[in-house]
Design a protein around this ligand. Structure first.
Ligand code: ASC
Length: 150
């Protein structure tokens, strides 16, 4: 029993200490994961954009609800750019894997700006939302320009 417990704990510790790249059962799952996270984030970011650009009426609660999803989703896609997925990428440029430090900086900028977007949404002020939306969109664009194929 003692042996089994110690075996299970060791196995659990091993799994937990694996790098993000090893968290997916197969490389295809990592690609699907990052694309899915980016897609969901884009949907919710787009809903905020519609308000910021006046395409739909400003709804303070909807802005907060969407910004919460964006701020949370912004943290997720990056683990999916695992080392063994370069060969599978269709839209992701190979520079992602050769410029890891710069790529991470872009990721972190988005996380930072989407946190500010949520804070702005909570002020219930459309001008604040517009300003934060455009700053956040700028980080999306910056990373796309550098690391996404057209
Ligand atoms: C969006 C969206 C993006 C960004 C980008 C900003 O609404 O889905 O990927 O804004 O277009 O330039």
């Amino acid at each position: 029993m003692k042996f089994i417990t110690s075996f299970v704990l060791t196995a659990a510790a091993t799994v937990l200490s694996l790098p993000a790249s090893a968290q997916f059962a197969k490389p295809e799952d990592a690609v699907k994961y990052r694309q899915s996270a980016l897609f969901v984030m884009g949907q919710h970011f787009g809903r905020i954009g519609a308000m910021a650009n006046g395409r739909v009426p400003y709804d303070a609660k909807a802005a907060v609800d969407n910004a919460e999803v964006v701020a949370e989703m912004a943290k997720l896609p990056w683990a999916g750019f695992a080392a063994n997925t370069d060969r599978l990428s269709q839209k992701a440029k190979s520079e992602i894997w050769t410029e890891q430090v710069k790529f991470r900086e872009h990721n972190e900028k988005l996380v930072g700006e989407s946190g500010k977007l949520l804070a702005a949404a909570k002020t219930n002020n459309l001008d604040n939302l517009k300003t934060a939306f455009s700053a956040t969109a700028g980080t999306c664009k910056g990373c796309h320009d550098a690391y996404r194929k057209d």
